[in-house]
Design a protein around this ligand. Structure first.
Ligand code: FAD
Length: 444
C-alpha cells in the first residue's frame, strides 16, 4: 500500500513569493542564489519572481537577510503537505526520491562526516591557550550535534598535550608524533591535518586564529577544498545541524553569519580570548589514536634554524590577550604621561596599548601598537585616551566589546565607534577614574 502511495504522491514544492513591504533592497542576493534564473530585480532593487521558472528550492528564502521571501503553496498543495506530515516515513522517502543526483551525492557525502575537532597548537611543546578555549566551544557544538569532541595533536614528543586536551573536554585525541614535526612547517602540518581529516572525517574543524593557525587553516581548507571562516566571534549549530559561523564584516559594521552547506569539514578560526576558557579537570581521560604518515622531502624544504622568543619573554605585554586595554595616543603629549594610563590599567587588571603616533614618538614599544600595522585586539573593555580614531587605528580595535573614548575634541571619529564617550581633558579624566575605582575598592 505504502509503495503505491509513494509513487502517486509528489511533495509540493510551492513557489517563492515576496512579502510586501519587507524587502530592504540588499543587493540582489536572492537573484544570485536562484539556480533557475527565476528572479530579476526591479528598479527599486526588489525581486520579481517568474513563477513558471521557480522550482520552490527555498534558496532565495534562506539567503534573504530581511525574511522578505516565503514559499507559497496553493490550498490543494497545503492539503497534500498536511497528509504527508502525518506519515513522516513516507515523506522522507518521497523527499529522497525527489532529490536530484547531485544533491543526493552531496547529502550522502556529508553524512560520512561526524565529530567536532580542535587543532591543538603548540610551539616547542608549549600549547597555545586558544586551543583549550576552542575545546570549550567545541564541547558545546559536539553536544548540540550528539557527536564526539576530538583534538588533533601534531609535533614531536607531544603526547602529554593529548592528555591535557582530555582535561579540557576532548574525548578522543588524534596524535601525529614524529621528530619531523618538531617545528611548524606549513606543508608538513597541512598534510598531517588533511591526512587525518580524509581518514576520520570531522564535520567541524576549529583552529586558533594565531599567526600559525591562520597559516595552517588556509592551507588545510585549500587542500580539502572546503570553506573557512576566519576570525569568528560566535559559533553555533542551526536546526539543520550546520555550523553557524559569525564574524564581523565590512569593517565591523555588520555581523555576518556564514554556513558551509555543501563541503566538509566546516572550518572556522577563532582569535585568542574570544571564547571563554573551560574548566580544567585532570580526572577526565580519553582515547589516543596514533597516526603516522610519510612526509616528502619537498614538504620539509623550509628549515627552522632558530626560534627567537620575544626579548621580554613571558613578561612582555600581550595586548592581543588582554581583556582590558587602556590605550594612549598623541593626546598624551609625552612618554612620561603614559604613567596615568599605567595606573588606570593596573587598577583594572589591564594593559596599556598605543596608537601609531605614540609608538612613532617612541613613547611606547612597537608591540603595544594597535591597528592596521600593529596588533588586532578584541578586549572586553578598550579605553581610548587622546586617540583621534583614524581608520587604521579603528580596524585594530573596533571588535572590542565595550569602547570608552576620552578626547577633548567632540568631533573626533573615535566617538563614532565608542560605546561611551567622554569629551574632556585626558589629564583630568583618567586620574579621576583611577581615584574613583580606588575609593570604591576602599569602601568594600
Ligand atoms: C598605512 C598606514 C598604517 C597605519 N597603521 C596604524 C596603526 O596600526 N595604528 C594606528 O594607531 N595608526 C596607524 N596609522 C596612523 C593613523 O593614520 C593615524 O595617524 C594615527 O592613528 C593617529 O594617532 P593618534 O590618534 O594618537 O593621533 P592624532 O590623530 O593626532 O589624535 C590625537 C587626538 O588626541 C586628542 N587630544 C589632544 N590632547 C588631548 C587631551 N589633553 N585630552 C583629550 N584628548 C586630547 C585630539 O583631539 C586628537 O583627537 C597608519 C597610517 C597609515 C598610512
Amino acid at each position: 500500500m505504502k509503495e503505491e502511495k509513494k509513487k502517486k504522491v509528489k511533495k509540493p514544492r510551492g513557489v517563492a513569493q515576496l512579502i510586501p513591504g519587507k524587502c530592504i533592497a540588499c543587493g540582489a542576493r536572492c537573484e544570485a542564489s536562484c539556480p533557475k534564473e527565476a528572479i530579476t530585480m526591479n528598479d527599486k532593487g526588489e525581486p520579481i519572481i517568474d513563477v513558471k521558472k521557480c522550482i520552490g528550492c527555498n534558496k532565495c528564502v534562506k539567503v534573504c537577510p530581511s525574511e522578505a521571501l516565503e514559499i507559497y503553496y496553493t490550498p490543494e498543495e497545503l492539503k497534500i503537505l498536511a497528509e504527508l506530515e502525518k506519515d513522516k516515513e513516507a515523506l522522507a522517502e518521497i523527499e529522497a526520491e525527489e532529490m536530484d543526483e547531485e544533491e543526493a551525492r552531496i547529502a550522502a557525502k556529508l553524512k560520512e562526516y561526524k565529530d567536532v575537532w580542535v587543532f591543538v597548537e603548540q610551539t616547542e611543546g608549549e600549547p597555545a591557550t586558544v586551543s583549550w578555549e576552542l575545546l570549550g566551544v567545541g564541547d558545546r557544538l559536539a553536544q548540540a550535534l550528539g557527536v564526539k569532541l576530538c583534538s588533533i595533536v601534531i609535533g614531536s614528543k607531544v603526547e602529554a598535550l593529548c592528555k591535557e586536551s582530555f582535561a579540557y573536554g576532548a574525548a578522543l585525541s588524534y596524535l601525529v608524533d614524529d621528530p619531523k614535526f618538531l617545528n611548524y612547517r606549513t606543508e608538513a602540518y597541512r598534510d598531517a591535518v588533511c591526512h587525518l581529516a580524509d581518514k576520520y572525517k570531522p564535520q567541524i574543524l576549529l583552529i586558533g586564529a594565531t599567526g600559525l593557525g591562520r597559516d595552517l587553516a588556509g592551507a588545510v581548507a585549500t587542500k580539502l577544498a572546503t570553506g573557512l571562516t576566519a576570525d569568528c566571534t560566535g559559533l553555533d549549530i542551526d536546526d539543520h545541524g550546520f555550523l553557524l559561523q559569525t564574524r564581523p564584516a565590512f569593517g565591523g559594521n555588520i555581523m555576518a553569519t556564514i554556513v558551509t552547506e555543501r563541503h566538509r569539514p566546516q572550518m572556522a578560526s577563532v582569535r585568542p580570548h574570544v571564547m571563554p576558557l573551560p574548566e580544567r579537570d585532570t580526572s577526565r581521560t580519553g582515547k589516543i589514536i596514533r597516526e603516522t604518515l610519510k612526509v616528502g622531502r619537498k614538504d620539509l624544504a623550509v628549515k627552522v634554524l632558530e626560534i627567537i622568543h620575544d626579548a621580554k619573554g613571558k613578561d612582555a605585554v600581550d595586548v592581543t590577550a588582554a581583556e582590558i586595554i587602556v590605550a594612549g595616543g598623541a593626546g598624551l603629549q609625552a612618554q612620561e604621561n603614559f604613567s596615568i594610563l599605567q595606573e588606570l590599567a593596573a587598577e583594572l587588571g589591564g594593559v596599556v596599548g598605543a596608537s601609531r603616533r605614540a609608538v612613532d614618538a617612541c613613547w611606547m614599544p612597537a608591540e603595544c601598537q594597535i591597528g592596521q600595522t600593529g596588533k588586532t585586539v578584541g578586549p572586553k573593555i578598550y579605553i581610548a585616551c587622546g586617540i583621534s580614531g583614524a581608520i587604521q587605528h579603528l580596524v585594530g580595535m573596533q571588535g572590542s566589546d565595550v569602547i570608552i573614548a576620552i578626547n577633548n575634541d567632540k568631533h573626533a571619529p573615535i566617538f563614532e565607534v565608542a560605546t561611551y564617550g567622554i569629551v574632556g581633558d585626558v589629564f583630568k579624566i583618567v586620574p579621576a577614574i583611577t581615584r574613583r575605582i580606588r575609593e570604591l575598592r576602599a569602601q568594600k
